[in-house]
Design a binder for this molecule. Structure first.
Ligand code: BTN
Length: 259
């Protein structure tokens, strides 16, 4: 039987991180961890503070979508105060931390769909939302929001069943959310310190992308691009070879794989 009850004390107990998760605020239920994290950041919460919800009733996704996060899923937001130069790398860092921790805890091999959806067997298991308040060249704060479908029976959620999966559906058994959260915080801590020490996440992130070499459609607002996802630049943008032979650099958008 997997232990699935969470608390701030159980998450921080013996957590071997330098600063990520040394302060954890846990709510059994919440509208969205992003809102609480934003308020905490604006009132000067210590860097590495983590807001975790047992379930969210109004989870936020990218592009103003909602994010389903019932009991059994993992929903957390991490507060950081990075230098602006690190912002493009945080997208890479967050998705790699998720891929690594899923592998460590479950043995499942996940891949990244540009820019930072995490997929298992072609279906989305995790979404990442990064919000920053930036004035000029100064980052007031950054919040990394991570949602993972951990112990969900996707057949109970027909609206996302065609495109989503969960760790428990992939494994045929439940996974310890506590173990996954702790492992994820350790990974974010390790990668963030590596980044500050000058290491690049770029090569590993690029090599973990399921998107490259594939025919894709990218939506950004009302704009649609179609072509072959040729490469990614070091700033995280996607380089798309369009049918007229030109290379388009896309900084944000939603990718659908066409192959
Ligand atoms: C996406 O793929 O659209 C991003 C989903 C991000 C969901 C996480 S769950 C924790 C945090 N709180 C939220 O309301 N959203 C993010």
């Amino acid at each position: 039987m997997v232990q699935n009850s969470l608390s701030s004390a159980s998450i921080t107990h013996n957590l071997p991180t330098h600063f990520i998760g040394q302060r954890v605020i846990y709510y059994p239920g919440l509208t969205s961890t992003m809102g609480v994290a934003r308020r905490e950041a604006r009132s000067g919460a210590v860097g590495g503070t983590v807001i975790i919800a047992g379930e969210q009733t109004a989870g936020k996704g990218r592009m103003k979508r909602t994010w389903l996060s019932p009991e059994g899923s993992l929903a957390l937001s991490i507060i950081l105060y990075p230098d602006a130069l690190y912002l493009p790398s945080l997208i890479m860092l967050a998705s790699l931390a998720v891929v690594h921790s899923i592998d460590t805890v479950t043995g499942l091999k996940a891949q990244v769909k540009w820019p930072n959806d995490v997929l298992i067997n072609g279906k989305k298991v995790c979404g990442i939302l990064i919000e920053s308040e930036v004035k000029g060249n100064i980052v007031n704060y950054t919040i990394i929001g991570i949602g993972v479908n951990v112990n969900l029976r996707l057949s109970d959620f027909p609206e996302i069943l065609p495109t989503a999966t969960s760790l428990s559906d992939e494994l045929g058994r439940d996974v310890s959310r506590l173990e996954l959260i702790q492992c994820l915080l350790v990974e974010v801590d390790r990668l963030y310190l590596a980044l500050l020490a000058g290491e690049s996440m770029y090569e590993e992130w690029r090599d973990s992308l399921v998107t490259l070499g594939k025919r894709v459609q990218v939506k950004w607002g009302k704009t649609r691009y179609e072509g072959i996802a040729e490469s990614v630049a070091r700033d995280g943008s996607l380089l798309l070879r369009c049918s007229d032979g030109g290379l388009t650099k896309i900084v944000a958008g939603d990718v659908t794989l066409r192959d």
